[in-house]
Design a protein around this ligand. Structure first.
Ligand code: PFF
Length: 460
C-alpha cells in the first residue's frame, strides 16, 4: 500500500500559514503560557522562552516542514525513506505519533472547560457572583465525573467533524475563518485590559526580569513551553507540511508562524496579568485556575458598573479560547487520522472517528483525575499532570532532538538545501545559520538541559 499523500493540499500559501499558525496558537499561548509565566517569576522566564523559541523551536519547526514537504508521507514512512531505508528511524517516527494521542487527550479536557465557560459567559452566568463562588463553581464542575466529560466529547466531536471534511474544506477553511476573528478578539482584549486600574503592575511583572527566580527547572519549563507553543517535536507540522505547495518559502513561513505564536502568547500575558493585578490580593501564580476562577471574577469586578462590558469581555475571551483550542486540536487529530488513512487505506472519516474514540477514552482518565480519580497517581502525578509532563517536558524535547539529528546529520544535505531554497529558485541567506542551529546548537542545548534536569551539573 502506498503511503503517499493522495488528497489535495492547502490551496493557498496564506491557507498554509494560517493552518500552521492555527496549530501553534492555542491553549498553550492563552492558558499554559500565563500559568507557566506566573509560576516561574514573570519576565525572566519570558526572556528565556523567547530565546528558546528563536534558537530551538524555530529550527525544529523548519526541519519538520522540510521532512513533510519533501517526503509527502506520514512521519514514520518519511523517517524511513529519508534515512535511506533504516528501520530504526521508521520506529522512531512512531514515538511522536503515539504522543499526538496523549496530547489531544488531555488538551481536549481543558478545551472542553473553555467551551463550557464560553456557554456560561453567553448565558451571563458570571454576573453577581463573588470570588469564593467562582472557585467553588470551578471546583464543583471540574471534579464532576460527567459534565466536563460531555464538554470534552463535544470539543472532540467538533474537531473530528472538521478533520473529516478534509484538508481544504475542513482545516484550511476553518483556519481562514477562525484565525482572523481570533486576532481581532486579542487586540480588543489587550486594549481593554491595559486600561484597567493598576495595569502597570501587571506590565512590570511581564517586563521586569528577576533572574534570582531562574533555576534549572525554570529553563526546562521554558524549553517545554517553547516546544509546546510552537507544536514542534510531535511531527504534527510534518503532516501539515505534506500539504504545502512547492513555492512555500519554508524559512520565511516558519518565521511568520513563530512570530505570530510569540506575539499571541505575549498578548495573552498583556490581557491576563494587568487584569489579575487590577484587583488587590489576586496572585499571578494562581496556576491553571487563573483562567477559570480568577478571570471571571476580574471581568465582573472591574466592569461591575458596566454589565454590558463585563458580559462582552468574558464572552469574547472564552470564545477566543475555544477557537484557539479548536485550530490546535485539529492539527493533533489530523496527524493520527492521516497516518491511518495513508497507511491502511481506510477512509478519512473512519480514521478521524477512530482516533477520536481512542482520545475520548484516554481523555476520560485525564478528566476524572480532577475528581473521582484524583487519588490515582503515577509517579506522584494524576493522569492529567502526568500526560502534560510527559508530552511537554519529555516527548516534545526528545522528539525535537531526534528531528534535529535526523535533518542535521542523517538526511542528505542536498535534499535539505533543495527544500529550503525551493530547488535553487530561492535565495536563502539564512540557510547556513539554520544548518548550524540544527546540526550543533539545538541538539547540544536540548541534551544539556536534560542533563541539568537529571542533576548532573548540581556540583557546579
Ligand atoms: N501549540 C498548541 C498550543 O499552543 O496550544 C498545542 C499543540 C498543538 C501541541 C499541536 C502539540 C501539537 F502537536
Amino acid at each position: 500500500m502506498s503511503s503517499e499523500i493522495k488528497h489535495n493540499g492547502f490551496a493557498s500559501k496564506l491557507g498554509a500559514i494560517l493552518a500552521a499558525a492555527g496549530s501553534a496558537v492555542g491553549l498553550g499561548n492563552i492558558w499554559r503560557f500565563p500559568t507557566e509565566t506566573g509560576a516561574n517569576g514573570g519576565a525572566a522566564f519570558i526572556l528565556i522562552y523567547i530565546l528558546f523559541m528563536l534558537l530551538l523551536g524555530l529550527p525544529v519547526m523548519i526541519s519538520e516542514f522540510v521532512i513533510g514537504r519533501y517526503s509527502q508521507k506520514n512521519v514514520s514512512e518519511s523517517f524511513y525513506s529519508m534515512s535511506g531505508g533504516k528501520k530504526a528511524w521508521k520506529y522512531m517516527g512512531l514515538i511522536p505519533m503515539g504522543a499526538a494521542f496523549l496530547v489531544l487527550s488531555y488538551y481536549a479536557v481543558v478545551a472542553g472547560w473553555t467551551l463550557y465557560y464560553a456557554v456560561l459567559a453567553g448565558m451571563n452566568d458570571f454576573a453577581g457572583k463573588d470570588a469564593v463562588q467562582y472557585a467553588a463553581d470551578f471546583a464543583a464542575f471540574s471534579s464532576d465525573p460527567v459534565q466536563p466529560w460531555i464538554w470534552m466529547a463535544l470539543i472532540l466531536a467538533m474537531t473530528c467533524g472538521i478533520v473529516a471534511m478534509g484538508v481544504q474544506k475542513g482545516i484550511e477553511r476553518g483556519a481562514k475563518v477562525m484565525m482572523p476573528i481570533l486576532f481581532i478578539f486579542i487586540v480588543v482584549l489587550v486594549i481593554c485590559s491595559l486600561n484597567l486600574p493598576n495595569a502597570s503592575l501587571g506590565l512590570s511583572f511581564l517586563l521586569k526580569p528577576d533572574f534570582s527566580k531562574v533555576t534549572g527547572s525554570t529553563v526546562l519549563s521554558a524549553m517545554g513551553q517553547a516546544f509546546f507553543s510552537l507544536s514542534v517535536g510531535l511531527c504534527c507540522l510534518c503532516t501539515y507540511a505534506c500539504y504545502f505547495r512547492k513555492d512555500v518559502d519554508l524559512i520565511k513561513d516558519g518565521t511568520s508562524v513563530a512570530s505570530i505564536d510569540t506575539l499571541v502568547a505575549l498578548c495573552s500575558g498583556l490581557i491576563i496579568f494587568p487584569a489579575v493585578y487590577s484587583i488587590p490580593g489576586l496572585q499571578p501564580d494562581a496556576g491553571p485556575s487563573l483562567v477559570f476562577i480568577t478571570l471571571p471574577n476580574v471581568f465582573q469586578q472591574v466592569f461591575g458598573n458596566l454589565p454590558v462590558l463585563a458580559y462582552s469581555f468574558s464572552l469574547m475571551f472564552y470564545l477566543l479560547l475555544v477557537m484557539a483550542a479548536l485550530t490546535s486540536s485539529i492539527s493533533m487529530l489530523e496527524m493520527g487520522a492521516a497516518y491511518f488513512e495513508q497507511n491502511f487505506g481506510i477512509s478519512r472519516v473512519k480514521c478521524a472517528i477512530g482516533v477520536t474514540c481512542v482520545c475520548l477514552l484516554l481523555g476520560t482518565c485525564c478528566s476524572l483525575s480532577f475528581g473521582v480519580w484524583s487519588d490515582v497517581t503515577v509517579a506522584g502525578m494524576g493522569f492529567f499532570d502526568l500526560f502534560d509532563y510527559l508530552v511537554a517536558k519529555f516527548i516534545m524535547p526528545v522528539g525535537s532532538l531526534l528531528i534535529t539529528i535526523f535533518v542535521g546529520w542523517v538526511v542528505d544535505k542536498n535534499i535539505v538545501k533543495n527544500e529550503i531554497t525551493n530547488g535553487g529558485t530561492l535565495r536563502q541567506p539564512l540557510y547556513p545559520a539554520y544548518m548550524v542551529l540544527v546540526r550543533y546548537f539545538a541538539p547540544i542545548c536540548i541534551i544539556l538541559i536534560f542533563l541539568n534536569e537529571l542533576g548532573l551539573f548540581s556540583w557546579l
